[in-house]
Write a protein that binds this ligand. Structure first.
Ligand code: GRF
Length: 194
């Protein structure tokens, strides 16, 4: 059983999908041993506690990046897989190099479209609607030194519909792609298949 640490900053719906996947055995080769958040008010922490998972807060505020990342590495310990599930701080190249092929991220678009600096949260879906594309989706990828630039593990397309708002599109991408892809990707990696 691979030890998984999940990093979150917000609602934690992707964390919830991972917790549910453990219960339903979609994720059976890995176990979430800890959830770390950079924000004390992240609802993800409540979800983790309800599931009996250890939590820790490492605040970004008031620390230089090197200090923050040293504290973060201490909180993470020595897991076999690190999952960024809505974790907002961008990790430095030197931090990422500590965990080669061991960090994965979920991004709410079909990379290489609508990704990189500034593309997070609702901004991604606003840009998708502004571009007028008819298909978007989600991507799970390994994290390397380039933001959203690591090897792609899984992707799923989602239709953009007439009259979509960024909020409606975000919800559809989560429901139809993100919550399914992330647990599947975690299982593939834990089984050594990626
Ligand atoms: C998701 O859209 C994810 O793709 C992105 O941040 C959002 C996090 O949502 N990286 P949640 O905290 O998992 O609900």
């Amino acid at each position: 059983m691979r030890r998984i640490v999940v990093l979150c900053s917000g609602q934690g719906t992707n964390l919830q999908a991972l917790i549910d996947a453990e219960h339903s055995k979609v994720l059976s080769s890995g176990k979430i041993v800890k959830v770390v958040s950079d924000r004390p008010d992240a609802y993800a922490l409540v979800r983790a506690s309800c599931a009996g998972i250890e939590t820790e807060i490492v605040s970004r505020k008031g620390h230089r990046r090197e200090t923050f990342e040293r504290l973060l590495a201490g909180a993470i310990g020595k897991p076999e897989l690190i999952i960024l599930a809505g974790f907002l701080p961008i990790l430095s190249p030197s931090f990422v190099k500590l965990y080669p092929q061991m960090i994965i991220n979920i991004h709410p678009s079909l990379i290489p479209s609508f990704c990189g600096k500034g593309y997070y949260g609702l901004n991604v879906h606003k840009a998708v609607l502004a571009a007028g594309v008819k298909v978007t989706g989600a991507t799970v990828h390994f994290v390397n030194e380039v933001p959203d630039g690591g090897k792609i593990i899984l992707q799923k397309a989602v239709e953009v519909k007439e009259g979509d708002t960024p909020e409606i599109l975000q919800k559809r991408v989560m429901e139809q792609a993100e919550w399914e892809l992330l647990p599947r990707a975690a299982e593939l990696i834990c089984r050594g298949m990626k």
